[in-house]
Design a protein around this ligand. Structure first.
Ligand SMILES: *Cc1c(COP(=O)(O)O)cnc(C)c1O
Length: 455
């Protein structure tokens, strides 16, 4: 077998529908609650923020949801994305495991995020929306939505966590190149931002604060909606093109994954690759072991209780039941900015509770070592977030070696790290260290969880 083993699909084999895991769940998701009444929310409650089509997808239990033709047409620019067999990495590791990775760094923004950004921009355009507000951490979501906004002629306003705004000027430049407006958060533009700045003028910002700012502005104007890059059911749904393609590509390889690994921030790239395979299993098909990998400095799935919580700091969002570190938790400034959210997608939290998936947390240095090893073997420099998946996959492969068994391992390489070379420079210079969260702060954030009596 040659060193480069790549599985490609024709455009004619590209998925025509997304896959909705809600159709195959053994138990339904707990209801989303209104923050004031603690009663289940209705679609009407969400209309100030999202177009009806996306709200319908949010609550849908239909197994297949058609991908609109204009969205498929845009996907064609980089989809179906390639699936590779990591032969050179296998050799370096001297493992009997068969390692496959699905590469989402081929999109214009360099990650999986355009899969949902394009879909969300399409549905907003269809509903007559002219402006979308959003938040971004490291800038990957902001640049993906900026790209989608320019395709559909929608103006995009991005609240970027202030510390990232300062640390990642190239991501900001990319958003502005696509025509979006990028504002450091907390800002003076919103009440939520002003309240935080009044307490601490040099606040570094957090995703929770940036969400509050974006939601606040969108709720005030009829021609403006809000978009989220992860966590919500419809976002996870849009990402399932990844796993649907991977299923066809694993068929081509005449193999089936024993283990699937992905990193988890809000959970969207994980859901994207995992849900179609998990759906197979839930319908009586082959069993697959699933591993979610998260940063030890923001250990939502491995340390956070499963509880009702807000999605943002100012408590403007509905209450969802999820693994959470508390909405006021601010993780330390490690480099995988896309994994710094306090909560986890309700769907992923739910299947974790049902015992359908495992989770593991890794330190930053272990992840960068794995990323370096991967780059030197396979030539692709992973995003710092994706390094968590690489670490998880390498450890699974090393376990195969120890046990002397050959298993098939599939992982999602969610994006490239070309905008994150500062992190690699720091690593190479020996300046990167493991970071730990403040236990007292976590305890305080958890003590602040809302008490919910209805559920
Ligand atoms: C945003 C991002 C993540 C984390 O988000 P999820 O919703 O958990 O997928 C992971 N990898 C990359 C490359 C990202 O841009």
């Amino acid at each position: 077998m040659s060193d480069t083993v790549k599985y490609l699909l024709d455009e004619s084999q590209a998925p025509k529908s997304w896959y909705n895991l809600a159709a195959d769940l053994p138990e339904p998701l707990p209801p989303v609650l209104h923050p004031a009444t603690q009663q289940p929310i209705t679609p009407d409650d969400l209309l100030p923020l999202f177009p009806l089509s996306l709200i319908e997808q949010e609550v849908s239990t239909e197994r297949e949801i058609e991908i609109p033709r204009p969205v498929r047409d845009i996907y064609r620019q980089w989809r179906p994305s390639p699936l590779y067999r990591a032969r050179r990495l296998e050799r370096v590791l001297q493992t009997p495991a068969r390692i496959y990775y699905k590469y989402e760094g081929v999109s214009p923004a360099g990650s999986h995020k355009p899969n949902t950004a394009v879909a969300q921009a399409f549905y907003n355009k269809e509903a007559g929306i002219r402006h979308i507000t959003t938040e971004t951490g490291a800038g990957q979501w902001g640049s993906a939505l900026a790209f989608a906004g320019t395709l559909f002629d929608i103006s995009i306003q991005v609240f970027m966590v202030r510390v990232s705004y300062q640390q990642k000027p190239y991501r900001r430049a990319l958003m502005e190149t696509y025509g979006a407006q990028c504002i450091p958060s907390p800002s003076e533009l919103t009440e939520s931002g002003r309240a935080i700045l009044a307490q601490r003028a040099d606040h570094p910002g957090s995703l929770g604060i940036a969400i509050s700012e974006a939601v606040e502005l969108a709720a005030q104007r009829a021609d403006t909606k809000y978009a989220l890059g992860s966590v919500l059911n419809h976002v996870l749904l849009h990402q399932t093109v990844i796993g649907l393609e991977a299923q066809a590509q694993m068929d081509q390889a005449d193999d089936y994954p024993d283990v699937i690994v992905a990193c988890t921030g809000g959970g969207s790239n994980f859901a994207g690759i995992v849900f179609p395979f998990l759906g197979e299993q839930l319908r009586g098909g082959r069993q697959v072991r699933v591993l979610a990998v998260e940063p030890a400095a923001c250990p939502t799935l491995t340390r956070g209780p499963y509880a009702y919580d807000f999605g943002d700091t100012a408590h403007l969002t509905p209450l969802t039941k999820m693994h959470t570190l508390g909405s006021t938790f601010t993780p330390p400034g490690f480099h995988a900015g896309g994994l710094r959210y306090h909560g986890m997608a309700p769907l992923i939290s739910h299947i974790k509770e049902l015992g359908l998936i495992d989770a593991r947390a890794y330190q930053q240095l272990d992840c960068f070592e794995a990323g370096m090893q991967f780059a030197r073997a396979e030539g692709i420099v992973p995003a710092p977030e994706a390094n968590h998946a690489v670490r998880g996959a390498i450890d699974e492969a090393l376990r195969c070696k120890e046990e002397g068994v050959s298993r098939s391992i599939l992982f999602n390489l969610s994006g490239h790290g070309h905008f994150d070379m500062q992190a690699y420079m720091d690593f190479l210079a020996g300046k990167l260290s493991d970071q730990t969260y403040d236990e007292a702060e976590l305890a305080m954030a958890l003590a602040g969880l809302p008490s919910v009596t209805a559920a």
